[in-house]
Ligand binder design. Structure first.
Ligand code: ATP
Ligand code: MG
Length: 389
């Protein structure tokens, strides 16, 4: 039996005159993601996108999983397609819904007839199909007020679609419609969640990761790549830049007061990330900071970090508790990777007593002991590019 996916648009429908752009982006994103599974026809009509497999052996569970991670989709359904013939529709419904009816006690049928030439009106379709299903599944009875399963029969231009219930989509708005931003990605729990959250708001992601070999290992970098692979299941393709950070950290350790190490390091991160961002047409930075989580994320410390760059910095986790962040990271399947114990450059040369209330002038005075321009320049020159599909 032929199965397709029907997609209901999310917030896109609120976009007024921009609606076309959003719809086009969503269709483009869907096509690109689905291309890895097989050939599909992706069409939009009457506020519904249909995803129609063109190959015989396509695994529709895989397709549904892929669609469930594309932003801009409020809800979708799997549906079977049949000829616009009432007997064929009944028969197909009986076969297609057998699984959905297994655990159900009650159902109702709804019909939508966008092809007005179809000889039966909606109430007649409901009666006929409902009667057939009630007879075929004697353990399941009709309940129009509070059914376990709502069967929808849609009569459209190209055929009849039968489906049971809607599946919740990923929400948000299509990636790319909000422009591009550059996420500072560590191997921790927070920054992959921050990446996911901003991609959900329509941003295409570029990522920057700071590595300090030999203090940080190859494995730590591989872990970040794995995390981005998991984020990319939602955000689509990510360009990742690995920045050599060893020289900067060694210089800070050598020349600056210990209690300023972390805050100065973070300022360098922002400055380098901004450079990479500008080269990649990104107009904001993203971090996984959460207010008060660690010494470098107090109000004063964030002020010092922020003033190192001249670009908006998005911190989507700023008001979230660790527990809340972890629950998102479990949902997007990054948690298990994040908790693997590899060192991050933030965890080497950590001061015993980091300043929790750093004063910007003092931080700058310490940082100015270094050849900041040269250090930033060399780090930005030395980046290595990895494409995450
Ligand atoms: P967690 O707190 O779970 O370890 P984290 O590593 O993301 O998560 P921090 O170490 O406190 O948190 O760092 C704060 C933010 O700084 C991160 O969310 C990330 O955006 C950025 N960051 C930290 N280390 C790196 C790194 N090595 N490369 C790029 N960005 C980093
Ligand atoms: Mg960390």
């Amino acid at each position: 039996m032929k199965e397709i996916i029907l997609i209901k648009l999310g917030e896109i429908v609120l976009k007024g005159l921009n609606r076309r752009n959003f719809e086009d982006s969503l269709v483009k994103n869907l096509k690109r993601r689905l291309a890895k599974i097989g050939n599909f026809q992706v069409k939009i009509s009457q506020s519904t996108i249909s995803v129609d497999p063109m190959d015989e052996d396509i695994d529709m569970d895989e397709v549904a999983d892929c669609v469930s991670r594309v932003f801009g989709i409020a809800a979708f359904a799997r549906a079977c397609v049949t000829e616009k013939d009432l007997d064929k529709i009944k028969e197909a419904a009986g076969e297609y819904l057998a699984e959905a009816f297994e655990d159900a006690r009650t159902f109702k049928v709804e019909a939508k007839r966008s092809d007005k030439k179809f000889p039966y009106k909606s109430p007649e379709i409901c009666m006929e199909v409902g009667g057939y299903l009630a007879e075929k599944f004697p353990d399941v009875s009709v309940d129009v007020h509070n059914p376990d399963v709502t069967v929808t029969v849609e009569i459209r231009d190209f055929g009849a679609y039968i489906r049971a219930g809607l599946i919740r989509g990923a929400g948000g708005i299509p990636v790319g419609t909000g422009g591009k931003a550059c996420v500072l990605i560590s191997g921790g729990i927070d920054s992959p969640v921050a990446s996911y959250m901003m991609a959900k708001r329509g941003l295409e992601l570029t990522a920057v990761h700071f590595a300090s070999p030999p203090y940080t290992s190859e494995r730590a970098e591989e872990k970040v790549v794995e995390l981005l692979h998991r984020v990319a299941k939602y955000s689509g393709r990510i360009k990742m830049y690995t920045v050599p950070f060893t020289e900067i950290q060694e210089q800070i350790r050598e020349k600056c007061k210990e209690d300023y190490f972390t805050i100065i390091m973070r300022r360098f991160m922002m400055q380098i990330a901004e450079r990479v961002a500008r080269k990649n047409d990104c107009h904001a930075l993203i971090t996984g900071e959460s207010l008060g989580q660690v010494a470098s994320q107090t109000l004063m410390a964030i002020g010092c970090t922020d003033s190192a760059c001249n670009m908006p910095v998005f911190r989507p986790l700023i008001g979230m508790d660790k527990e809340e962040i972890i629950s998102v990271s479990r949902k997007i399947d990054t948690f298990d990777v994040s908790i693997q114990p590899y060192e991050d450059c933030c965890t080497v040369f950590t001061p015993k007593h980091p300043k929790t209330k750093p004063v910007l002038e003092e931080v700058i005075r310490e940082q100015d002991k270094l050849d900041c321009e040269g250090l930033v320049e060399r780090a930005a020159e030395g980046v290595k590019l990895t494409i995450i599909e």
